[in-house]
Design a protein around this ligand. Structure first.
Ligand code: DP6
Length: 327
């Protein structure tokens, strides 16, 4: 059988997902909202092969085993159970994000895999079904099925937890890559530790619900200033929450904090820019298109910021025409 190929982009959350209420189904404790980017894509081919005893994974040209293969194989088991199929697959995946920059994302990876694997195994899923499927690989992947701004409804079960588009004003991001070394604790593990040990966790859940409601209203109203204020405040709340675990975890580096300060400086000079950061030291700065160039120039001047990249809103995961395979 010929391979089916899909392409997906990472997303950056403006209202963060942090904490699960069901680890197996990947149901989050609260909803979240993100911007799908137009850069750092993942392209993934899935090919069913007769007679293969095990799935095979090639990532960025290297055959992978251990945990990486186990996670992909468990995801394919779920697809096979939905499709009533048993054949194993060869998965080939290439990330356009510079791996060393820490931007390669499980969101684009599982969004592309959900799209390609569901087609390869003959599942006929609508947009909601695809988002629910991607969620089973990595929670944030549910949002990379959606063009531009996506809200992921927390839901109460497998059916009701999915992402869909929200109308929003034109916006993009300036990504500042900060040298931080390898991640000490994976986000999956850190999330678990947060749920189990942070005394602030219930306040996080209720404040995220409140922020999400305000964020969706601001997006629909095209109110960029409120979108930015909520984005930066919510990111700082997430990092404060993560610092409150036992033992504590801190992802932001001194340089990351410098970038947050520089962004505050840009605002004082009349440029609407707002910072956020995921479970790592890199900072993503939310801007309107007219503010991108000045923001990029200001951040590039900070010593210790390795790379600055201007990105826009991108498309949700999609299949590529037959014949377009992973190189
Ligand atoms: C900080 O989606 O990678 O980027 O569901 O365990 O695979 P799992 O977690 P993942 O976590 C993303 C966390 C975050 C915030 C966000 O994207 O909303």
């Amino acid at each position: 059988m010929s391979a089916v190929t899909a392409r997906a982009h990472p997303n950056i959350a403006l209202i963060k997902y942090w904490g699960k209420k069901d680890e197996e189904l990947i149901l989050p404790v609260a909803g979240s909202l993100s911007l799908t980017l137009d850069a750092f894509a993942t392209t993934t081919s899935v090919e069913l092969r007769e007679g293969l005893a095990e799935d095979r994974l090639e990532l960025d040209g290297l055959v992978r085993d251990g945990e990486q293969l186990a996670r992909v194989s468990a995801f394919l088991d779920h697809v096979r159970s939905l499709a009533g199929a048993s054949g194993r697959a060869v998965v080939r995946s290439v990330n356009e994000a510079p791996t060393a920059a820490g931007l390669a994302s499980s969101a684009s990876g599982f969004a592309a895999l959900a799209m390609a694997a569901s087609a390869a195994y003959g599942l006929d899923l609508d947009a909601r079904g695809l988002s629910r499927l991607a969620r089973r690989g990595s929670g944030s992947a549910a949002r990379s099925l959606v063009d531009g701004v996506a809200v992921w409804h927390a839901g109460t079960d497998d059916e009701s937890s999915y992402a869909e588009a929200v109308p929003a004003p034109p916006m993009g991001m300036v990504i500042a890559t900060v040298d931080g070394g390898p991640k000490a604790v994976s986000s999956r593990e850190a999330m678990r530790r947060t749920v189990q040990t942070s005394p602030y966790f219930s306040a996080w859940v209720s404040s995220t619900e409140d922020y999400l409601e305000r964020m969706v209203t601001a997006c629909r109203a095209g109110d960029f200033t409120t979108i930015g204020q909520l984005t930066e405040a919510h990111a700082l709340r997430m990092h404060a929450l993560i610092a409150s675990t036992e033992p504590p975890i801190r992802y932001l580096r001194p340089r990351s904090v410098e970038v947050f300060d520089a962004v505050a400086g840009l605002r004082e000079d009349g440029v609407e820019a707002w910072a956020t950061a995921d479970a790592g030291p890199n900072v993503a700065v939310l801007v309107q298109p007219q503010g991108a160039a000045e923001t990029a120039a200001r951040l590039a001047a900070i010593v210790g910021v390795d790379q600055v990249r201007v990105v826009g809103a991108g498309p949700g995961a999609h299949l590529l025409p037959e014949g377009c395979e992973v190189p």
